[in-house]
Design a protein around this ligand. Structure first.
Ligand code: ZN
Ligand code: ZN
Length: 409
């Protein structure tokens, strides 16, 4: 039995609801997308509830489910995946936070929650904080995009049950972390020690002296939120016995990949934004398939249009995705099992994620091709896959790739 390779393409936030201005069509139904429809016509189709019917997924919990990890078991917060996404080598038991560089006055009142929308110098500032020792707790710290950052506390007996230090508003002091359970006292103490030390290290840092000279807001403190504990995640390559690669522009999805041991590839031009080079992503996926047996591609753009409430922009993005798929179709090796789906719906009318199911199409040698002619929310509902959950996807793909373990004899 020939073992096949798997290409999973996740079109982030693709699903939508009927839009009045589009004659009650969804952006997918309104878009001109001959190649996506070709895959639907030549594949097997269905609806997919990323977590469960009606559950509104985050991109993180949904990607975990699509990769076969039950988010209800492994997910405690976004922090661990953000930290992995900015390149911190997170380990089981680490406590991870998302952070912001902020501007505070001498009384540590937050004056600017984004430190003047700082874009440069954050790597140097992060270096000053990385490796800090707080008693027996070690700090790992990296800058993210713009004013964002991630912090990891590593040590014995730490707990994620502490309050944020981020006041989530301006004109008020940075909050002192409080334990939310008795086991979290040491963690809260470490967080507060971090706040004190960070202020000492940042306030007169060369980057801030230069900013002061230019009249720019200082990045003289970091506020923290969203603590989570890094869960035990059986590495994806061991779990499924495949070499795996991931292509994603956004840090959170890169973090999910890294946290489960999927190699993240850098693709020049793949930004995670609306300007992303989708054809470059397709080429990178094809190149990755030369050595990896499983490749995940995330295309973030549809989600951004959904959050912005821009139906016409979402249609344009879908038509660009169609061009990406045309590029891929003409070069796709015959032994590849291709799955096309989304991690959730981001309806333009909602401007956020909804609990609606998303289309899923699988194109591979040997699938029971159904009568579905179009890749959209309504048409795929009549397809041969019926309605599945995110956690069902990997077993189906492994089976089609002749990689599933037999249950029984
Ligand atoms: Zn998403
Ligand atoms: Zn989103």
């Amino acid at each position: 039995m020939e073992r096949r390779r798997i290409l999973l393409i996740v079109l982030d936030g693709l699903g939508d609801r009927p839009v009045k201005e589009l004659g009650h069509k969804t952006p997918l139904e309104a878009a001109n997308k001959p190649t996506l429809d070709w895959f639907a016509q030549n594949g097997i189709n269905g609806l997919l509830d990323p977590i469960a019917p009606g559950v509104r997924p985050g991109s993180d919990t949904s990607h975990l489910a699509l990769l076969g990890y039950d988010p209800f078991e492994v997910y405690t917060g976004r922090g661990p995946f953000e930290a992995a996404g900015v390149g911190i080598d997170v380990r089981k038991g680490d406590i991870a936070f998302r952070g912001n560089f902020v501007t505070v006055d001498e009384d540590r009142n937050v004056v600017d929650r984004r430190a003047g929308r700082i874009r440069e110098g954050t790597d140097e500032l992060a270096k000053a904080l990385d490796g800090m020792k707080l008693g027996r707790v070690k700090v790992l710290f990296r800058a993210g995009t713009d004013h964002r950052a991630a912090l990891v506390l590593r040590g014995k007996g730490l707990s994620p049950k502490v309050t944020d230090t981020d006041p989530h508003e301006e004109g008020v002091p940075v909050i002192e972390a409080k334990p939310l359970e008795s086991k979290a006292k040491a963690t809260a103490k470490a967080v507060n020690a971090f706040t004190d030390k960070a202020y000492g290290l940042l306030k007169d840092h060369a980057v801030n002296k230069a900013r002061a000279a230019k009249g720019e807001a200082l990045a003289n403190l970091v506020v923290l939120r969203g603590a989570g504990v890094v869960p035990h995640l059986e590495p994806f390559p061991e779990r499924y016995n495949v070499k795996a690669a991931g292509i994603a522009g956004v840090a959170l999805i890169r973090g999910i990949c890294r946290a489960v041991g999927i190699d993240v590839l850098d693709v020049p031009g793949a930004t995670g934004g609306l300007d992303t080079d989708m054809v470059a992503k397709a080429d990178a996926a094809l190149a990755a398939l030369e050595t990896a047996e499983f490749v995940l591609v995330n295309v973030k753009a549809p989600d951004l249009c959904g959050h912005d409430g821009q139906a016409s922009e979402k249609i344009r993005v879908i038509e660009r995705i169609d061009q990406m798929m045309a590029h891929l179709k003409s070069r796709l090796p015959a032994d590849v099992v291709l799955a096309l789906t989304a991690d959730h719906s981001t309806p333009v009318s909602v401007k956020d994620h909804s609990g609606d199911p998303v289309p899923v199409t699988i194109f591979a040698e040997g699938v029971h091709v159904d009568d579905v002619a179009r890749f959209d929310e309504r048409a795929v509902a009549r397809g041969g896959l019926g309605r599945i959950r995110g956690l069902d996807l990997m077993p189906i793909l492994l089976s089609l790739a002749n990689r599933a373990e037999k249950f029984g004899s």
